[in-house]
Design a protein around this ligand. Structure first.
Ligand code: G3P
Ligand code: MG
Length: 254
């Protein structure tokens, strides 16, 4: 099994939600598009179907990103498979299915792409989702050179992931202002890093986080100059929707 990684075994540039702005987010089509732009790491959101299968989806409901409505976690995988997760984006992606974590593991591992699995529990299922996703990730990446980075806004989900698969590296996502006790939270969850919002991170905070030995991956950074600043200030990675101007190979730090 994998062991805790420090230093950072991941690229600096991470495609957000697969590459989920120019293709439907969190679908295999988005991953293929991101890979075609040279991205070697993807961030994506994972939750559980009614029958406990780990699938990629951002919201609690399927409303925004499909042709159906309702809570995704109220449907079995077979029921989710009958929904179109691509046509909402554009006709070329009509019929795109919801991916399972299994299929995304197969695609990323076969193509040398690193993963940031964001545990995005259906509201109320935080611990169960943390446990199940960590268990499956540990199994699917058991023979990988580099384990997936597990992140979540939910400290309950991360705690469950820690209990289930302690050797998978974890990062705490922060939605709003970074709380004053960020370091205690990271220590409690035995995280290797923190993933703060681009809206609320400062150079001073990055300095403090790096000085404390934590990796910092900021989301969502769609301005190349801002990305350069963040990386030059010591961030380990930036998570971006900008798969053209911030594509690896096009983007330079200097
Ligand atoms: O993991 C970074 C980012 O994806 C967190 O926000 O809402 O896009 O999942 P969100
Ligand atoms: Mg996410």
């Amino acid at each position: 099994m994998t062991k805790l990684h420090n230093p950072w075994p991941y690229p600096q540039l991470v495609a957000h939600r697969g590459a989920g702005r120019q293709a439907p987010e969190n679908t295999l089509a988005a991953f293929r598009l991101g890979a075609s732009r040279g991205f070697l790491m993807m961030e994506y959101d994972v939750k559980l179907s009614k029958d406990g299968v780990a699938v990629l989806l951002h919201d609690d409901t399927v409303d925004r990103t499909s042709n159906a409505t309702g809570i995704a976690g109220d449907r079995t995988l077979a029921e989710l498979a009958d929904i179109d997760f691509g046509a909402w984006h554009s006709p070329q992606y009509a019929g795109e299915p919801i991916p399972t974590l299994y299929s995304i593991a197969a695609y990323t591992l076969a193509n040398g792409i690193r993963s940031n699995i964001e545990i995005k529990p259906t509201t109320g299922l935080e611990a169960e989702t943390g446990t199940q996703v960590a268990r499956l990730a540990q199994k699917l990446w058991a023979h990988a050179d580099v384990p997936p980075l597990i992140s979540s806004f939910s400290e309950e989900a991360l705690e469950a992931a820690l209990q289930e698969a302690p050797m998978l590296p974890r990062a705490l996502l922060i939605e709003d202002e970074v709380p004053a006790d960020w370091q205690q939270r990271l220590e409690k969850l035995q995280c290797i890093g923190i993933n703060p919002s681009n809206r609320h991170i400062t150079r001073e905070l990055i300095n403090a986080m790096c000085a404390a030995g934590y990796h910092v991956a900021v989301w969502t950074v769609n301005d190349a100059d801002r990305a350069r600043d963040l990386l030059n200030w010591g961030c380990s990675a930036v998570i971006t929707d900008e798969i053209n101007t911030m594509a690896p190979g096009k983007f330079h730090l200097g």
